[in-house]
Unconditional design. Structure first.
Length: 364
């Protein structure tokens, strides 16, 4: 991977003006630098996480993916499926970097909208209010008024009614782009605890390092994969365009087991064409019946009609979320392991709070 001149917008979206595109790249570079600075607080550590706009390192892409249905909700309510799916419909419970919202007409779901798009992008886009309104209008399919998404003081409101209704972008407190970067960086630190050196168990690692919550699908898996690469002495960064993405649009029947009434197959034409992001970096997707086909609420999964968007997320092979790292050659770094933050005098805990780029262990 050659040195990057400018970081691209998530999904390679072309919404930005040249000025916004340039300042977005500067912002991403700053996020990366902040995480690297946090790592250098560990005496003797040579950071294996790097900023690709400042360092030219050859490497190979390494996708990391996980199921999008919130595991915390599954652990709490898995023995009560209806309650599990009811709880999972709440955006503040959708904490795996995938959020969704449904449209219900006549008592049946007619549309399910999925998003992995981080709030930071939209806050940056809001620097140009005219452009922000245009992009919202393009997605919603009608002219959006400023009062629908801006406060009385002209400030962008991420939890505006349109975002709540149509899943424009992520709003769950832990689902941020800075959280992704934080986990990728912090997981490069090799850890030890007592006689365990190094820590290789995913749950032990995340509980030691404090970069997320062990009960999620995402946090421990990302940390486990990154730390395994770090233990091989490899450099690590995130592939441009840096973002969280829907891994792919699964085939409704072949992958998810969704069927029409009577058992007929459901085709890929249920995925609408207005997806945001390119084919390898899907930010938002819409599941809706094409003309003349049964509405979503009449479709069935394991003989049950679809009454919750989460049924689609959890069905079959499941909808998955991904990020992609870039890993360098093995054996380049020879960092020793560090005790868990707070367990000794020569370690520094990662910065706390979502605003500083960490993925909180709190549920939203």
């Amino acid at each position: 991977m050659a040195k990057i001149d400018m970081f691209s917008a998530p999904g390679n979206q072309k919404d930005f003006t040249p000025a916004l595109a340039s300042s977005w790249s500067t912002k991403i570079s700053g996020f990366l630098d902040r995480e690297m600075a946090g790592l250098t607080a560990n005496p003797g550590l040579q950071p294996q996480f790097y900023n690709a706009s400042k360092l030219d390192v050859s490497g190979d892409p390494a996708p990391i993916s996980w199921p999008g249905f919130p595991q915390i909700i599954e652990l709490q309510f898995g023995d009560k499926p209806k309650e599990m799916f009811t709880q999972a419909e709440k955006r503040d419970n959708q904490d795996e970097y995938l959020e969704w919202a449904t449209v219900v007409e006549g008592g049946k779901i007619t549309k399910v909208m999925f998003t992995c798009e981080g709030p930071e992008y939209w806050e940056h886009l809001a620097k140009d209010k005219t452009l922000l309104l245009k992009v919202y209008s393009d997605i919603v399919g009608r002219q959006v008024a400023a009062s629908e998404i801006l406060s009385s003081t002209d400030k962008y409101l991420p939890r505006n009614p349109l975002n709540l209704e149509q899943a424009i972008h992520l709003i769950q407190v832990n689902n941020t782009l800075t959280a992704e970067i934080n986990i990728a960086a912090q997981a490069t630190v090799i850890r030890k605890q007592g006689a365990t050196d190094p820590i290789v168990d995913a749950d032990e690692l995340i509980n030691c390092s404090g970069f997320g919550q062990a009960e999620r699908h995402s946090d421990p898996h990302i940390g486990d994969v990154v730390n395994g690469v770090a233990r091989q002495g490899r450099s690590i960064t995130l592939q441009d365009p840096i973002g969280l993405y829907i891994e792919s649009l699964p085939h409704p029947t072949n992958d998810l087991g969704i069927k029409k009434p009577g058992g007929g197959s459901v085709g890929m034409d249920y995925w609408k064409p207005q997806t945001r992001g390119d084919s390898n970096h899907i930010l938002r997707a819409v599941f809706e019946a094409p003309a003349g086909q049964p509405v979503v609420g009449d479709l069935e999964i394991s003989g049950q009609k679809i009454a919750f968007g989460g049924q689609i997320v959890k069905a079959g092979t499941q909808m998955r979320v991904k990020l992609t790292g870039i890993i360098g050659k093995a054996g380049v770094f020879h960092n020793h392991s560090f005790v868990c933050p707070g367990s000794g005098p020569f370690t520094v805990a990662p910065p706390t709070g979502v605003g500083s780029g960490t993925r909180s262990s709190r549920r939203g």
